[in-house]
Design a protein around this ligand. Structure first.
Ligand SMILES: [Zn+2]
Length: 127
């Protein structure tokens, strides 16, 4: 089993190039749904109800559905597509060159994350 990773790097001419690598993979319990295969519908789950609103909007049955895994408000987990597990890079099975590639991939993800955080804080400051 393999998983494909992608990241961007620069070639000798300073052009953005997409680099793809196949690395050995393992199945890991999905973090998003904690292995349930379903998550609370984001349109509901990400709405911040106050306790008062919650009591007004939901009747007793609905309230228990809200807290039930696989209940009527749950949708198939977008990360694992309901498989409960996701394929992830098997770090222990990497050889030396794959390890380097994977390290670059992680570095790239961290850069991306930092970039997004900077953008988000600029937005907050009204840029
Ligand atoms: Zn999942």
């Amino acid at each position: 089993m393999e998983v494909e990773i992608t990241f961007f790097s620069f070639d000798a001419n300073d052009n953005d190039v997409e680099i793809k690598h196949k690395l050995p993979a393992v199945h890991e319990v999905c973090q998003r749904c904690e292995g349930h295969g379903t998550i609370l519908n984001p349109s509901i789950g990400e709405h911040c109800y106050t306790a008062e609103e919650f009591l007004r909007e939901f009747d007793e049955d609905e309230r228990s559905e809200y807290f039930t895994r696989g209940g009527m408000y749950d949708v198939v987990c977008p990360c694992c597509k309901g498989n409960r597990v996701v394929k992830t890079v098997n770090e222990e099975a990497l050889n030396a060159s794959q390890r380097k590639v994977y390290a670059k991939h992680l570095e790239y993800l961290r850069e991306e994350e930092r970039f997004e955080r900077i953008q988000a804080s600029e937005r907050r400051m009204g840029c």
